[in-house]
Design a protein around this ligand. Structure first.
Ligand SMILES: Nc1ncnc2c1ncn2[C@@H]1O[C@H](COP(=O)(O)OP(=O)(O)OP(=O)(O)O)[C@@H](O)[C@H]1O
Ligand SMILES: O=P(O)(O)OC[C@H]1O[C@H](OP(=O)(O)OP(=O)(O)O)[C@H](O)[C@@H]1O
Ligand SMILES: [Mg+2]
Length: 293
């Protein structure tokens, strides 16, 4: 049986469980149980703290894990990232009081020297400081890091930023480089680790990765359908080139055609606006459940 570690709580837990459900896996824990078997797919899931997932994978106790890229990095575990899932996106940044370090100027990296930096990701921060040759004190906190400056435990913070609302609510402004652009990822043992002992595990692993990739890809696209005057087809197709080429089907009215193409989700609204401005009608965008491109 393939063993897979999942986050048992936190920002990634619900999204990961939902994605696995879409991929055909049964991985909802019953009550307070920390493990669930999906016999149909030959997988046993373990529900671990998101920070611990990569540690178990790195030590060979479980075959695969799903966690945040930033957490995997901070754990120091030797694992390979096998697949990015496109959910739980965040950036890891330094942030200081919005008023700046003094003299009315904004924070720069040089200002970190000699500072107390509060973070829940001490290895990520220490590695970044070492790489830049900056000497500063790293203050490890479990969470709610943004309040630490106000409470006088630190001068600046280094933390996960998603919408930026938590930073703003505590009058902190981000500065400097992005230490890690993170999302939920599947991690596995590095190439030189011994293979799983169960002979059925490699096939179960391939299936899980392929199916999750199918769901992840599906979440990046929408299917756009529209009717288009034949005279405008070239311009419309330029707006929706699809992957290989859009499907163009005749309509009963010979002056019109129906067009169908995949469009990146991020471009959906702009594409629909442009199609409508061009003269397309009955423009529909639909979500996909799974896609193998
Ligand atoms: N607000 C957010 N939006 C998107 N992703 C987030 C957000 N907060 C955290 N993450 C991501 O979720 C993962 C870990 O966050 P989570 O809150 O689950 O763990 P934690 O903070 O270490 O644990 P806990 O909050 O239980 O102490 C990281 O990969 C992080 O980048
Ligand atoms: O940019 P935002 O959208 O405001 O999100 C970022 C916040 O979310 C996370 O906190 P979480 O809820 O996990 O609490 P924690 O600090 O206790 O980990 C993270 O540590 C930030 O504090
Ligand atoms: Mg958290």
């Amino acid at each position: 049986m393939l063993t897979v570690a999942l986050p048992n709580k936190g920002a990634l837990s619900e999204g990961v469980t939902t994605m696995l459900g879409e991929a055909g896996y049964r991985c909802r824990p019953d009550g307070r149980g920390l493990t669930v078997v999906d016999p149909a797919n030959g997988v046993r899931f373990y529900f671990l703290r998101p920070r611990d997932v990569a540690v178990y994978v790195g030590r060979g106790q479980v075959d695969l894990g799903i966690t945040g890229r930033d957490l995997a990095l901070d754990s120091g575990a030797t694992v390979d990232e096998l697949l990015a899932l496109g959910i739980g996106g965040s950036r890891f940044l330094y942030a200081g009081p919005a008023a700046g370090p003094g003299e009315g100027r904004p924070w720069t990296l040089e200002d970190l020297a000699g500072c107390r930096i509060a973070t829940s990701y001490p290895r990520l921060v220490a590695d970044d400081l070492a790489a830049r040759g900056i000497e500063a004190e790293v203050v490890r906190l479990e969470g709610a890091v943004e309040i630490s400056v106000e409470l006088g435990v630190a001068d600046v913070v280094a933390d996960v930023v998603s919408t930026g609302r938590t930073l703003a609510a505590h009058d902190l402004a981000p500065f400097g480089p992005v230490l890690c652009t993170s999302e939920a990822v599947v991690v596995g043992p590095t190439g030189d680790a011994p293979p799983p002992t169960d002979p059925a595990a490699p096939a179960a692993r391939r299936q899980l990765l392929r199916r999750l990739e199918g769901v992840a890809v599906a979440q990046q696209y929408v299917m756009v359908d529209y009717d288009c005057p034949r005279t405008l087809l070239d311009e419309a197709v330029a707006l929706t080139p699809g992957l290989e080429s859009p499907t163009v089907a005749p309509l009963r009215d010979d002056a019109w055609v129906a067009v169908r193409a995949l469009v990146p989700k991020a471009d959906m609204n702009a594409t629909i606006d442009a199609l409508a401005d061009l003269g397309a009608k009955a423009i529909l965008a639909s979500d996909l459940r799974s896609a193998r491109l």
